[in-house]
Ligand binder design. Structure first.
Ligand code: SF4
Length: 299
C-alpha cells in the first residue's frame, strides 16, 4: 500500500502574511493604482539607499515632471541631478538618466518586463530587476533585499541576522513563494514585514503576524556578528561631494575653482579628493578654460 506523506507546511504561511499586509501596509504613493512600471522603477532607484520619508516628496515631484522614460531622457543630465536633490548617492541619478535613455530609444519607451532584459539596463542590479518584474508586472520572481533576508534568517533559519548576502538567498525566498497569482503580493508583504515589524534593532514580535518564527522558538539567541556601526555622514567624503554638488546645482553656468573651494574649507586635501571623484564619476565636468559644471553643462 502506498504511503501518503503529509504535505510540507510552508514556514511562512502566505495567506496569513498577505492578510496582515492588506491590513497593515503603509500607504506609499508608488504602490497606488495607476502608477506605471517606469514610475515604480524610479522609486526603486531612489529607495536603494535612502529612507522612504526622504524619497516620497522627491519621487512625487519627479514623476509629475518626468512621467515617462522619454521625458526623463529628454531632460538634461544636469537637471536630473538637480531634481535628485538631497537623496544622496547621486551616481544613481546619472544611471537613472542613462536607463531612461536606453528604455526610450531601444525599448519603445516601455520598461521591459523580464528580469534578464531589465538586468541589461544601466543602473539595474539583481534586486531592482526583480522588484520591477514583480511589483510592476506581477511576475513570480523572488525579490530579496536586506529586510527580506533578515525575516528569512529569523523566521526560517532561526538566526538573529542574515549575515553576508549569498547566492542561497534567492533560492530561500523562491522556496517560500506561493505557486499562484498571490506570489507578488507575498513578496511585497515579506518586504513590508522586514521594514516595519521585523526590524534590525527592535523587532516587534508582539505584533508579528507569523505563527512560526525559528528565532523566537529558539528563545532569541544572540548573534555572534559584531554590531554594525552606524555610518556617519558628517565629515565624510560623501558630505564634501554633496557640498560641491550643491554649489553646482545652484548655478546654471560653470563656476571657478575658487567658488567651489569655499564649499569645504576644513580639509583641502579631502576637498580635492572629493572633486576628483566627482569628475571620475562623470557627475562634474571641466570646461576648456578650467571651470567646473554639472555633467552636460560644460560646453
Ligand atoms: S517573531 Fe519577531 S523575529 Fe520572528 S519574524 Fe516576527 S518580528 Fe521577526
Amino acid at each position: 500500500m502506498a504511503v501518503i506523506l503529509p504535505q510540507a507546511v510552508p514556514v511562512i504561511d502566505a495567506s496569513t502574511l498577505i492578510d496582515w499586509y492588506v491590513r497593515a501596509q503603509r500607504d506609499l504613493p508608488w504602490r497606488r493604482p495607476g502608477v506605471s512600471a517606469w514610475q515604480i522603477l524610479v522609486s526603486e532607484f531612489m529607495l536603494q539607499q535612502t529612507p522612504v520619508a526622504r524619497v516620497e516628496p522627491i519621487w512625487l515631484a519627479w514623476i509629475a515632471r518626468w512621467p515617462t522614460p522619454s521625458a526623463t531622457a529628454d531632460a538634461g543630465a544636469a537637471d536630473v541631478l538637480r531634481a535628485w536633490g538631497k537623496l544622496g548617492y547621486p551616481r544613481r541619478a546619472k544611471r537613472l538618466h542613462e536607463c531612461a535613455t536606453v528604455i526610450a530609444t531601444e525599448h519603445g519607451d516601455v520598461v521591459p518586463d523580464d528580469v534578464d532584459t531589465l538586468l541589461s539596463l544601466p543602473g539595474i542590479g539583481t534586486y531592482t530587476a526583480r522588484a520591477v518584474a514583480c511589483f510592476a508586472y506581477g511576475k513570480r520572481v523572488p525579490v530579496v533585499d536586506t529586510n527580506v533576508r533578515r525575516v528569512v534568517a529569523r523566521a526560517v533559519h532561526g538566526l538573529p541576522d542574515a549575515g553576508s548576502p549569498s547566492t542561497r538567498d534567492l533560492a530561500d525566498v523562491e522556496a517560500l513563494l506561493p505557486d499562484d497569482e498571490t506570489a507578488p503580493q507575498f513578496s511585497v508583504a515579506l518586504m513590508e514585514l522586514g521594514a516595519t515589524v521585523c526590524t534590525a534593532r527592535s523587532p516587534r514580535c508582539g505584533v508579528c503576524p507569523l505563527e512560526h518564527c525559528g528565532w523566537r522558538a529558539r528563545g532569541f539567541p544572540a548573534g555572534t556578528a559584531p554590531a554594525k556601526r552606524v555610518q556617519k555622514y558628517a565629515g565624510t567624503d560623501r558630505q564634501v561631494r554633496g557640498r560641491l554638488l550643491d554649489v553646482l546645482r545652484g548655478k546654471d553656468s560653470p563656476v571657478t575653482r575658487a567658488e567651489l573651494d569655499v564649499a569645504w574649507t576644513v580639509d583641502t586635501a579631502q576637498r580635492d579628493r572629493a572633486l576628483d571623484s566627482l569628475l571620475v564619476d562623470g557627475l562634474v565636468e571641466q570646461t576648456a578654460d578650467g571651470r567646473f559644471a554639472l555633467c552636460g553643462e560644460a560646453d
